[in-house]
Design a protein around this ligand. Sequence first.
Ligand code: PMP
Length: 325
Amino acid sequence: VIPYKDGAWQTGEVKPYGPLSLDPSASSLHYGQSIFEGFKAFSQPDGSVKTFRSEQNAERFNRSAARMAMPAIPPELFLKAADALINLDKGWVPKNVGESLYLRPLMIATDPFLGVRPATEYLFVLFASPAGAYFPSGVKPVNVWISEDFVRAAPGGTGEAKCAGNYAASLVAQAQALEKGCDQVVWLDAVHREFVEEMGGMNLFFVYKEGDKTTVVTPELTGTLLPGITRLSLLQLARDLGFAAEERKLSVQQWRDDIAAGRMTEVFACGTAAVITPVGKAKANGFEMTINNGENGPVTMALREALLAIQHGTAADKHGWMRTI
Ligand code: PMP
């Protein structure tokens, strides 16, 4: 826990997990100055512990802070907080493949002040929780609901930031997805209600096969979707595996046409929590499409294996993504 006041970060302390004490007029509770991150630490074959691209999480945290008129935290302090916690007991980091220690940094405004203005006092909190395998009984495709009723983020809004309000605004759409028999919601762009953006907590990839050529496509960063760190890593890993990788716009109509024509062979979602999840079915009002017969696809699974191998230290970390605690 590291407090911020008088324009500076104060001395932090490690505390047992427990409730925070907040003033009822703390401005984060009313006006939503609240940002967070999520990253993982993995146990390595030699017994050491490494985090995956945590420097990127520190950078994204500060971009979220800037958008929410909150102070930046020096990246070394952000990383030191994680390291201090893990170093208390490395036994918290699970050792099995597929398991990890999930780290959740959070910053909230704590000013007891009811006027609407950026707060002057904040709390940075970082806590950890062991994370089991996301698919304990094997990877299984999810069904997704393409939301035409709600949008997650509009141009000029906070869509690119990892701020609490984005998630609050997505809850009704997520509930609608569940009602429609789907696991997750797919968001479309707010202006045209046409182009695919991302999912509730994951970015999307589309796999194309033409002859011998495999191309993975992910929606380009428009300012209204979260620039996922898994997304960024998979663009690189896809090229490493000999696939072409592109960031571009993709409309729902194009998605339907490419599935119908057999050009698009797989769809998957990616993010820190689930790593890679195949998409088996996509539904919306009035249509439904089945992808790869509702089964796990080879490109999806190859990318998943490649990423997990780097994270668990069974493949070389060519790009310097792992940081030793
Ligand atoms: N989009 C949203 C809205 C998310 O919450 C997340 C999870 N952080 C992602 C995408 C995936 O990002 P990352 O790969 O950095 O976990």
